[in-house]
Design a protein around this ligand. Structure first.
Ligand code: V47
Ligand code: SF4
Length: 389
């Protein structure tokens, strides 16, 4: 990747001293403070932030861009909660647009991938009052009987908090049961924005920030890694984004259990916050870059292409991002229903590889834990040496 040499920033007469100080810290691999994080959002221009973020990204992950072969299962969109930004959920009594898959339908979705080199299933959905801890534990066990090699990344902290509360078990007990039945890790959803005032405004009734963090900390303690997300570009201010990242950075110092940080752009289609304009592409790229600079103890920053769109995902690779999620196979509706440009999100391995190569990066298929499966940099698809989708 050709970007501006970071040390040239130090002799740039147009750059303010406070931004030069942050540049020096980045070069020295020193952590930046809360105030410096806010300052980056307030004063950092796109090119400047990109140079810093790309420097860190290449130091951590070289030219690699990771992806995996995955699919989602969304068992239901019926949800007891009422997040204002959610375009996808329906109340139990609402019939229009609601779905609830039976166990057999879910298992059939898994069987569909027999013989295909999928490595991960991502299971999340609405918080259904009748689908409890043991229902899901047994479901995971059955999924693993069909496909023992599949990594099961399942249930946001929001779903887990509700499951444990209803089953009257501690988070530790609930997570232990799920782990014993085959769950391997947790996705990053439900984090939204940790600041309590903003959280009250956008998702008042679901698990608190402290509960979200406690559930992830407990999972890490039990040897279940997880991801972390941040829903941005709605009513939050820059200091709320940095506060959010700061709470995650602190927990990562303690547990080292997070795999990746995933900023999620608020999409305004068909929800109670539709009057709020979506963030610009420039703001999306600035946000990826500041995330990469601030979250110095996170190995990876992911651009989730079904949400941000493939063009912005490609651009993000010059702004700190080193992962673009996976093949997806048109198995998720969360963003489709919120108005994403990706209305049937599915990419073959070859398409993902080409997308990454187009912007001069090295496409690396990974498993959920970032172990390298295949380096596609010099792979010749016409020879079909690898089982493709
Ligand atoms: O928590 C819901 C978000 C999340 C909207 O861990 C919205 O690998 C934008 O967490 N606009 C669930 N965002 C999805 C999620 C996720 C996605 C991909 C990968 C991983 C991972 C995790 O989706 C929710 C919420 O923050 N969301 N509605 C919306 N209108
Ligand atoms: Fe329910 Fe999740 Fe939608 Fe909130 S974001 S209403 S918890 S499905």
């Amino acid at each position: 990747m050709q970007t501006r040499d970071i040390s040239s920033l130090l002799i740039d007469s147009k750059l303010s001293n406070d931004l030069k100080k942050i540049t020096e810290k980045v070069i020295a691999s020193e952590r930046i403070t809360f105030d410096e994080g806010v300052l980056l959002f307030e004063k950092g221009e796109l090119g400047f932030l990109g140079t810093l973020a790309n420097y860190i990204r290449e130091k951590k992950n070289g030219n690699n861009v990771y992806f995996n072969r995955n699919f989602h299962i969304e068992p239901t969109n019926i949800c007891v909660f009422d997040c204002k930004f959610c375009s996808y959920s329906r109340l139990l009594k609402q019939k229009d647009g609601a779905w609830e898959l039976s166990e057999e339908q879910i298992l059939d979705l898994v069987r569909k991938y027999d013989g295909k080199p999928i490595t991960e299933v991502h299971i999340v959905g609405g918080v259904h009052p009748k689908m409890g801890l043991m229902y899901f534990a047994n479901l995971i066990k059955k999924i693993k009987e069909i496909r023992p090699d599949l990594h099961v990344k399942a249930f946001t902290a929001v779903e887990l908090e509700y499951m444990c509360r209803k089953a009257k078990v501690s988070y530790e007990e609930g997570l232990r049961i799920l782990k014993e039945h085959g769950q391997n890790s947790l996705p990053g959803g439900g984090a939204e924005i940790f600041d309590e005032t903003v959280r009250k405004e956008i998702c008042e009734d679901k698990c608190t920030s402290a509960e979200w963090l406690e559930i992830h900390e407990t999972a890490h303690k039990l040897g279940m890694p997880s991801n972390a997300t941040m829903l941005y570009g709605h009513v939050e201010k820059f200091e709320h984004r940095i506060d959010h990242m700061n709470r995650l950075r602190d927990l990562q110092d303690k547990t080292k259990g997070f795999n990746t940080f995933i900023p999620l752009k608020f999409r305004n289609g068909g929800n109670q916050m539709s009057h709020i304009a979506e963030s610009t592409v420039i703001e999306d790229l600035r946000n990826y870059a500041v995330s990469r600079i601030y979250m110095d103890n996170f190995g990876h920053v992911k651009a989730y292409w079904p949400m941000i769109g493939r063009t912005t995902a490609q651009l993000s690779l010059a702004f700190g991002v080193d992962d673009i999620d996976g093949t997806i196979d048109d198995s998720t509706k969360i963003y489709t229903m919120a108005g994403s440009e990706e209305q049937s999100p599915a990419l073959t391995t070859q398409q993902l590889v080409e997308m990454i190569k187009q912007v001069g990066r090295a496409p690396i298929e990974r498993d959920t834990l970032y172990n390298v499966i295949t380096d596609y940099s010099n792979y010749d698809f016409s020879k079909e040496e690898i089982v493709l989708d």
